[in-house]
Structures are given as structure tokens and as C-alpha cells.
Design a protein around this ligand. Structure first.
Ligand code: NAD
Ligand code: DAO
Ligand code: ZN
Ligand code: ZN
Length: 368
């Protein structure tokens, strides 16, 4: 079949919207009609050429929602007409990782996904007879895409796809880091570095689980108003204090129970660790630093009880946890609507990247 898609032909080049060819689903795969997709920093990171796994030409996008329109042989867990969210972190429920209680990083299709192809090693997308690469196993910047069955979460059919597409990455990453990875307890003092699309979801999850104090740290004071609406109780602008770690230790009465780094900067990662309470504070790295960057601290920080850990896709097991997060949104426990600051058709997708680079959007959503 033909599908409209935004094709990335090379690093640093604008996306080109055109008709491409898409082969139907093979055994164990499903064809999904995307209804909406968010544009995330990771798409921009790959488009910039800095992503070591980035391969061109490709169809980017990994934060979508849509409807199953065809299933391949043997597909049992979803059917035509189901509303689904594609998963860049799949959940096979059989591999060593899925069977381990401490991780969500299913490895069933990791190797082929990282190479931009389907699990059988081939691409379903092509242009003029030449293959186009898949991206993060999702390629949601195409109106139609093919996904492995284990890489789709079936969600309730009454969920608005133009909003819940954001659960495909940003919402789950922030909310899940609080709920599934850190397991923040009621009454905790929480500090969030970076009040963007991830940090604001950390904040609203911290409020949801009953944190007593939620301190936001950002160099951009324009973020304060929205962050307060999402539950931030205190704000620190690093440009306005002598020492950000001292300021946090002071305001949290000895250090945070949990800090979350949602920037991707190795200096703020160190600050986040050192702002944790001696004896028990945990710092969770969510931000993805540039290729080759390294973190450092004095080991005594860890000897004295602080814990440094990371979180990918919020620790969520996609097919199991994503439908629950959709329920939390539908029940009014999570606010997604106010985070979607811009919507546009696929033809205008390059505007979404411009808005992101200019810091003018929290999330832009493409409506098909
Ligand atoms: P964003 O750009 O929307 O937000 C970043 C915020 O950090 C901005 O508000 C900015 O003003 C602030 N900031 C920048 N430098 C700062 C500094 N030195 N001190 C304090 N504040 C500073 O980004 P986002 O979409 O929220 O993404 C945040 C990070 O999360 C990125 O690195 C992204 O790649 C990563 N991410 C991780 C996962 C995961 O699974 N771990 C998933 C998605 C995204
Ligand atoms: O299993 O080795 C692996 C890869 C897991 C990928 C997790 C990705 C999380 C961070 C990337 C940002 C996502 C938009
Ligand atoms: Zn993302
Ligand atoms: Zn698995």
C-alpha cells in the first residue's frame, strides 16, 4: 500500500512529506493507522546526526496512537479496530528481561530494532524500490506503520488519541520514573531538574503519589507558572543562587528523598545526586546526555547512602502499564491536555521541530 510519511533523508535536513510504499504485516505483526503522534526530543536528537544508532533514510517518530487495521498470521493479543499505542520498549513477556522483576527493558527484538528493521531483518517501508529504515521500532511519522505484536499496547477505545499519544513516550517516562522505578512514597521531598515535557510529568506524578514537597529547578523562569499548576511547591533558578546543591539541601531540610534529572546534562546529574539526603536519598537519571559524556561525583557521596540510578521509559512494561496510565488520564489523575501546546498536520511537521528548538513548545502533536 501507499502511505503518507515524513521522510528523514539525512542528518540535519528538514523532513520531506511524501507518499512511500508500505508492505503489509507479516506473521506476528500488525498494521496500524496512526491518528496522532507527538514530536519528541529524541526524534530531534536522531535527526541532528548525534544518535550513534541513527540511520538514514528513515521515518522517525515514536510517540503515536492509532487503530489496528490488519493483523498478520498468529497475532492473538490485538484485533482489527483496537486502539493502540506503539511501544519503543516492547514487552514480549517471555525473554530473560521480561521475566526479571527489576527491569522493563525487553530484549526480544532489541538488535533488529536498533538497526532500523523489523525482527526478520527487513524493512516494510520503501521508496522507489529502495528500503527506508524503521525508527525505534515505531516510525509514527507515517500515517500507517507496521509493528511487531509485542510492540503495541492495547488501550481503551474511548481514549482521545490526539492526547494519549503523548503516553507513548513523555508521559510514561516522567510518570513511570516516579511510580514504577523510584516508587516515591507519600510525604517525600522531591526535586525535579528541568521543567520540560519530562520534568512536568515527574512533577504531576509526585503530586499524584502524595509527595509533601516538590522543588523545581530550571534556568528558565518562564516554566514556573505551568510547573506550579502541575504541583511544584518551590522553585530554584540556578542562575539566582550561589550554589544550587546548598540551596536544595536548605529548602528540603537536609536533602531530597528523591531527585530526578530531566535535562540530559552531566553537571546537573551530579548536582541532583549531591542534593539527595545523606543516608537514603535517591537520584534518578532520566535525561539522555550527548554521546561520549561521562558523569562523576566523589564516591563518598555513595558510601554515605545516596543512590544513583537511571530510568528508561519510566520503568514501564508497555503492554501492561501503558493501559493503566491511559486510565489515570481518563480518570482525571493526570493532566495531558495542558502539556500539548501545539497541534499541526503532517505537512507542517518541520514547524514542530522549530518550536522545540526555540523552547516555545512543551509538546507538539501531529494530527493525521
Ligand atoms: P525539554 O527541553 O523540554 O526540558 C528541559 C528543561 O531543562 C528546559 O525547561 C530547560 O530550560 C531546562 N534546563 C536546561 N539546562 C538546564 C540547567 N543547566 N539547569 C537547569 N535547567 C536546565 O526536554 P524534555 O523533553 O523534558 O526531555 C528531557 C530529557 O529527557 C532529554 O534529555 C530527553 O532526551 C530525555 N528523555 C529520556 C527518556 C528516558 O526514557 N530516559 C525518554 C524521553 C526523553
Ligand atoms: O534495551 O538497550 C536497550 C535500549 C532501551 C532503550 C531505552 C530508551 C530510553 C531512552 C531514550 C529516549 C527515548 C525517547
Ligand atoms: Zn520520546
Ligand atoms: Zn521480553
Amino acid at each position: 500500500m501507499k502511505t503518507r510519511a515524513a521522510v528523514a533523508f539525512g542528518a540535519g535536513k528538514p523532513l520531506e512529506v511524501m507518499e512511500v510504499d508500505l508492505e503489509g504485516p507479516r506473521a506476528g505483526e500488525v498494521l496500524v493507522e496512526l491518528k496522532a503522534t507527538g514530536v519528541c526530543h529524541t526524534d530531534a536528537f536522531t535527526l541532528s546526526g548525534d544518535d550513534p544508532e541513527g540511520a538514514f533514510p528513515t521515518i522517525l517518530g515514536h510517540e503515536g496512537a492509532g487503530v489496528v487495521v490488519e493483523v498478520g498470521a498468529g497475532v492473538k493479543s490485538v484485533a482489527v479496530g483496537d486502539t493502540v499505542i506503539p511501544l519503543y520498549t516492547p514487552e514480549c513477556r517471555e525473554c530473560e528481561y521480561c521475566l526479571h522483576p527489576k527491569t522493563n527493558l525487553c530484549q526480544a527484538i532489541r538488535t533488529t530494532q536498533g538497526k532500523g528493521v523489523m525482527p526478520d531483518g527487513s524493512s516494510r517501508f520503501s521508496l522507489d524500490g529502495k528500503p527506508l529504515m524503521h525508527y525505534m521500532g515505531c516510525s509514527t511519522f507515517s500515517n500507517y506503520t507496521v509493528l511487531p505484536e509485542i510492540a503495541v499496547a492495547k488501550i481503551r477505545n474511548d481514549a482521545p488519541v490526539d492526547k494519549v499519544c503523548y503516553i507513548g513516550c513523555g508521559v510514561t517516562t516522567g510518570v513511570g520514573a516516579v511510580v514504577f522505578d523510584a516508587k516515591v512514597e507519600p510525604g517525600s521531598r522531591v526535586v525535579v531538574f528541568g521543567l520540560g515535557g519530562i520534568g512536568l510529568n515527574v512533577i504531576q506524578a509526585a503530586r499524584m503519589v502524595g509527595a509533601r514537597q516538590i522543588v523545581g529547578v530550571d534556568i528558565n523562569p518562564a516554566k514556573v507558572e505551568l510547573a506550579k499548576k502541575f504541583g511544584m511547591t518551590d522553585f530554584i533558578n540556578p542562575k539566582e543562587v550561589h550554589d544550587v546543591v546548598e540551596a536544595i539541601v536548605d529548602i528540603t531540610r537536609g536533602g531530597a528523598d528523591y531527585t530526578f534529572e530531566c535535562i540530559g546534562n552531566v553537571n546537573t546529574m551530579r548536582q541532583a545526586l549531591e542534593a539527595c539526603h545523606k543516608g537514603w536519598g535517591e537520584s534518578i537519571v532520566i535525561g539522555v546526555a550527548g554521546a561520549g559524556q561521562e558523569i562523576s561525583t566523589r564516591p563518598f557521596q555513595l558510601v554515605t547512602g545516596r543512590v544513583w540510578r537511571g530510568s528508561a521509559f519510566g520503568g514501564a512494561r508497555g503492554r501492561t502499564d501503558v493501559p493503566t496510565i491511559v486510565d489515570w488520564y481518563m480518570e482525571g489523575k493526570l493532566n495531558i491536555d495542558d502539556l500539548i501546546t501545539h497541534t499541526m498536520p503532517l505537512d507542517k511537521i518541520n514547524d514542530a521541530f522549530d518550536l522545540m528548538h526555540e523552547g516555545k513548545s512543551i509538546r507538539s502533536v501531529i494530527l493525521y
